[in-house]
Design a protein around this ligand. Structure first.
Ligand SMILES: CC/C=C\C/C=C\C/C=C\C/C=C/C(=O)SCCNC(=O)CCNC(=O)[C@H](O)C(C)(C)COP(=O)(O)OP(=O)(O)OC[C@H]1O[C@@H](n2cnc3c(N)ncnc32)[C@H](O)[C@@H]1OP(=O)(O)O
Ligand SMILES: Cc1cc2nc3c(=O)[nH]c(=O)nc-3n(C[C@H](O)[C@H](O)[C@H](O)COP(=O)(O)OP(=O)(O)OC[C@H]3O[C@@H](n4cnc5c(N)ncnc54)[C@H](O)[C@@H]3O)c2cc1C
Length: 661
């Protein structure tokens, strides 16, 4: 990239950088070697001509766009397979996926959830049967859980799997419209198999929801099998190439062994054998929620790179009347909009790494029959997924707005990035629903704290606060982290007290819960924020890096802490011992941090190391040729391929002539 002829503003910005950009790239990637491998892999992918689109996808019809995405998905699969064989390297298909598809791959669910569910929910025999076929794409699958009528409340799903002991089969049925599966990615026209989550019935008795592996299309003709009704759900706000679909069954029979039986089992005679914990059936969702925190980091870095580079190139208005128009990045309001995006990406990455470790530890425990830490993992993954995805959506939109009118151009890629980022707020558990799951855990933890019990590490601050809620405020990073814990503890207590108040007024627990649920949701958000602050600050101070880089990483981490303290200063005034003067000091600190980060802004986004092919942006490319690219892309419009469009003769001319009469 270094030899590319760049916009002079970007050249100046890069020269100003106080740290070694390569050092940060290696730190993010996990070492110099990892960067080399990543770059070699990406170079290989993006030099494949067939993966490059001659015409921007947006000009294609819905159908052509889908077919083009499938074409590229298959090529990408082949290239990756060869690459893995040759270099023994497991590539990050997700990152290059944004380059290849702009949006998302029709195989996203195959990799992300179909294969993962076979691994997580299948017995060793079932894995041996389906995993090799799924991994080498002899079969292509998705995860079909959500229905027209139910997504959040999984226990309310209506698809039925009724066991027939005579034939040792399950009979799948969708008797109502609301029971039709709706949303699964790839289901529309791509997959031939899916994991179907259905209500198990044996001898007329319900045994809750269970996962089944089901072939829905003929492997040769791709026609839906008799008894299967399947199709695509149509255009959406984003995820245009994900090929989301609907599905219903009519007396469709599958063998008994197609129920994934790692947890619960159905024996030949119809005996139901309970698993260790029925919630383990929800395991794939927990895994993906953890992964989404990592996606939030990538999505935020995409938007930050585009908006920061553009803001360095774009000049508009003046700060001082007699001086030239300034780079818009010099406006402190612009820095306020953008630097939190850079900081958030680092926070999400660090928290993802921390959460992944917890996830892997709990998986190891579960393999040995220990489930003590499962509730804490579930509660933590739920609230972090909810808050990170919401933050990422807001940050991406703020970056888009920060690019003014050009941010509204599809060619900036910001609308597309927003489309797939904001989807994460809803899929894999809608944000409010997940925050309320965590609130259940917090309320239980609060009760345990009141009873003097020892709490799990992520909530132990509740007991600390109970012992001493009068800690003096300190304007240090550690003091701010404590402050967030005080806010969270105060909110958990307030929500709990509200439930108790309603119970005393004669409400039953469920109604009291609903009445207190805005407070419960806010308590859960505050709990997440305290984890995000504590974990990210902790990771940064433990980072081994050169003094120059460490200084910049600390500035970013502090910016995150101060930004969110100021954003929620009302809560701090209510629930911590912060004073108005402390808030004024923090405001000053915030301005100092923006000024300190300013010279490094371009270097920081360069360190996300996102190739132009991944950014897909007229505004964010490495060379900063913004106006040239905007014009080049505009000229690709089919309307610019003819000097006069037929509509002139058909409609405009007659209109003008009629007006003359
Ligand atoms: C990097 C990412 C990789 C790949 C990406 C791939 C694809 C990405 C693109 C799109 C894919 C999208 C896919 C989907 O959206 S799939 C569908 C996802 N659907 C959901 O997430 C539904 C959300 N709803 C739920 O999870 C549950 O219904 C809910 C947890 C809200 C409630 O469940 P239920 O009603 O059964 O439980 P409760 O009665 O409320 O609670 C009982 C008890 O159980 C505990 N619990 C609940 N869930 C879990 C769990 N997963 N693990 C452990 N424990 C769990 C809960 O805390 C309660 O405990 P207690 O309070 O002690 O009673
Ligand atoms: C892009 C995209 C891809 C998807 N891919 C898949 C897929 O591959 N496979 C799949 O199975 N599903 C998929 N889904 C479905 C997704 O998982 C669900 O849409 C999601 O879980 C939310 O459920 P819902 O649509 O039923 O929302 P609802 O639950 O109906 O939410 C509507 C509103 O009701 C509120 N609400 C609901 N319950 C409660 C409650 N208990 N307390 C308070 N408020 C409540 C919510 O907060 C929300 O405001 C996808 C969705 C999207 C958008």
């Amino acid at each position: 990239m270094a030899n590319v002829k760049c916009n002079p503003d970007l050249v100046r910005e890069r020269a100003k950088c106080s740290f070694d950009v390569n050092e940060l790239i290696h730190l993010i990637d996990g070492g110099e070697n990892a960067t080399k491998e990543k770059r070699h892999f990406e170079e290989t992918i993006f030099s494949v001509k067939e993966l490059q689109d001659a015409v921007p996808e947006e000009y294609l019809s819905h159908k052509d766009r889908y077919e083009n995405a499938v074409r590229k998905a298959t090529i990408l699969r082949d290239v990756c397979r060869e690459y893995m064989k040759k270099y023994n390297y497991k590539p990050n298909r997700f990152r290059v996926g944004h380059g290849v598809f702009k949006d998302v791959s029709p195989f996203l669910l195959h990799d992300g959830m179909f294969v993962a569910t076979i691994i997580g929910q299948g017995t060793p025999e079932q894995q041996a049967e389906w995993l090799p076929k799924a991994e080498n794409m002899q079969i292509i699958g998705t995860y079909a859980q959500t229905e027209l009528g139910h997504g959040s409340f999984i226990r309310g799903l209506e698809t039925r799997a009724t066991y027939d002991p005579k034939t040792e089969e399950f009979i799948l049925n969708n008797a109502t419209l609301s029971s039709f599966k709706w949303w699964p990615g790839g289901l529309g026209s791509t997959v031939n198999h899916c994991i179907v989550v259905a209500q198990l019935f044996i001898n007329g008795k319900s045994y809750g929801i269970q996962p089944f592996i089901v072939q829905i299309r003929d492997l040769n003709t791709h026609k839906p099998l008799p008894g299967v009704k399947v199709g695509e759900i149509g255009p959406k706000m984003g995820f245009q190439t994900a090929n989301n679909g609907f599905l219903g069954f009519e007396n469709f029979r599958i063998p008994r062994m197609n129920m994934l039986m790692k947890n619960a089992q159905v024996l030949k005679d119809g005996t139901f054998v309970k698993g260790m914990n029925e919630k383990l059936t929800y395991g794939t969702m927990v895994m993906v929620r953890v992964g989404i925190v990592g996606d939030c980091s990538l999505n935020t870095s995409l938007a930050a790179t585009i908006a920061v580079r553009y803001s360095a190139v774009r000049h508009q208005s003046k700060i001082k009347a007699k001086e030239p128009e300034v780079q818009i990045l010099d406006y402190v309001t612009q820095q306020h909009k953008l630097f939190i995006a850079i900081a958030s990406s680092h926070v999400f990455r660090n928290v993802y790494s921390w959460l992944s470790k917890s996830y892997l530890n709990v998986m190891k425990d579960l393999a040995q029959g220990k489930q003590d830490h499962l509730p804490e993992l579930h509660a933590t993954a739920c609230c972090l997924k909810a808050v990170c995805s919401r933050d990422a959506g807001s940050v991406v939109e703020e970056c888009r707005l920060a690019c003014g009118g050009h941010g509204y151009m599809t060619s900036s890629n910001l609308p597309l990035v927003y489309g797939f980022t904001i989807a994460t707020v809803t899929y894999e558990g809608e944000q409010t629903v997940l925050l309320l799951q965590t609130a259940r855990y917090l309320v239980k933890a609060w009760l345990a704290a009141l009873q003097g019990k020892v709490l799990a590490p992520s909530v132990s601050y509740l007991s600390d606060w109970l012992k001493n809620d009068n800690v003096r405020w300190q304007n240090t990073p550690e003091g701010i982290v404590k402050g967030f814990q005080h806010v969270a503890a105060g909110k958990v207590k307030a929500a709990y007290d509200t439930i108790q108040k309603y119970i005393k007024l004669g409400k039953d627990y469920e109604d009291a819960w609903n009445l207190a649920s805005v407070q419960l949701m806010k308590a859960s958000e505050a709990h997440s924020r305290s984890i995000l602050c504590e974990v990210s600050w902790g990771e940064v101070i433990r980072t081994s890096a050169s003094p120059n880089l460490l200084q910049v990483l600390k500035q970013l981490a502090q910016l995150y802490l101060v930004y969110w303290t100021l954003e929620t200063s009302g809560d701090f005034l209510v629930y911590s011992n912060i004073s108005k003067d402390d808030i004024a000091i923090l405001r000053e600190k915030y301005e100092e941090l923006l000024a300190a980060i300013r010279p490094n802004a371009v270097g920081l986004v360069d360190a996300f190391d996102l190739r132009d092919e991944i950014l897909h942006s007229t505004l964010g490319s490495y060379d900063g040729r913004v106006y040239e690219r905007l014009m080049e892309e505009a000229l690709k419009s089919p309307l610019n391929q003819e000097s006069v469009n037929a509509s002139f003769h058909k409609y405009l001319k007659p209109l003008m002539e009629k007006a003359k009469l």
